[in-house]
Design a protein around this ligand. Structure first.
Ligand SMILES: [Zn+2]
Length: 203
């Protein structure tokens, strides 16, 4: 089924420009690795940007074309699709491997599992995978900043709708209703500017 929830263009552009904390940008680039629509949008926006830059700049420089996404981070677009042999998005394969089932999950509460994605000290933010068993609920929680969520497997619903693999959501304090895994459970990639509040609520 086609992806129905995408980052807005401003989110794509600020990540591409390297001005988004790396943990948030990793969620955006992971979406890009699963979503040809957003990848195409970003490519066309970048070519407009390059054209404008060339018009503004009378002296031709040899500055290279902006790279797609996360040039300042350890996360790269490895290809135009999620890795072939697993459901880990290609930008994360180098960090956590390609198989979500081979990770060592830590139980936070009944039906709720966590895997924290290691980031080097220079990278900013909090990046983790959360696995919800069927029907389990990630409680309503406050956000200290932006929280970006990408579904990697299964599906969940909240106050705004249903989300399935590849779907992207941007949460803030206006939108913090509980997330409930559907009958197939779900695995989510969650990026935050700081450690998310639900971790403290659950442990
Ligand atoms: Zn998209």
């Amino acid at each position: 089924m086609a992806i129905s929830s995408h980052p807005d263009i401003a989110t794509l552009m600020t990540c591409s420009a390297g001005s988004t904390p790396e943990a948030l940008c990793a969620v955006v680039t992971s979406h890009l690795s699963m979503c040809p629509i957003c990848l195409e949008d970003l490519r066309s926006m970048e070519s407009i940007g390059v054209a404008l830059f060339e018009e503004l700049e009378p002296v031709k420089t040899d500055a290279s074309t902006p790279n797609i996404g996360a040039t300042e981070t350890d996360y790269r677009l490895g290809g135009d699709a999620a890795s072939a042999d697993g459901d880990v998005p290609s930008p994360l394969v180098e960090v956590i491997g390609s198989n979500l089932d081979s990770l060592t999950w830590q139980q936070l509460a009944p039906g709720i599992w966590n895997f924290t994605i290691p980031m080097t000290a220079q990278l900013k933010g909090d990046l983790r995978l959360i696995k919800l068993d069927p029907g389990s609920k990630l409680p309503e929680h406050r956000h200290k900043g932006e929280e970006l969520i990408l579904v990697l497997r299964g599906s969940y619903r909240n106050g705004t709708g249903s989300f399935k693999p590849g779907d992207f959501a941007e949460l803030d304090d206006e939108n913090k209703s509980p997330m409930i895994a559907k009958q197939d459970g779900c695995i989510l990639l969650i990026g935050n500017e700081a450690m998310p509040a639900f971790i403290g609520q659950l442990s």
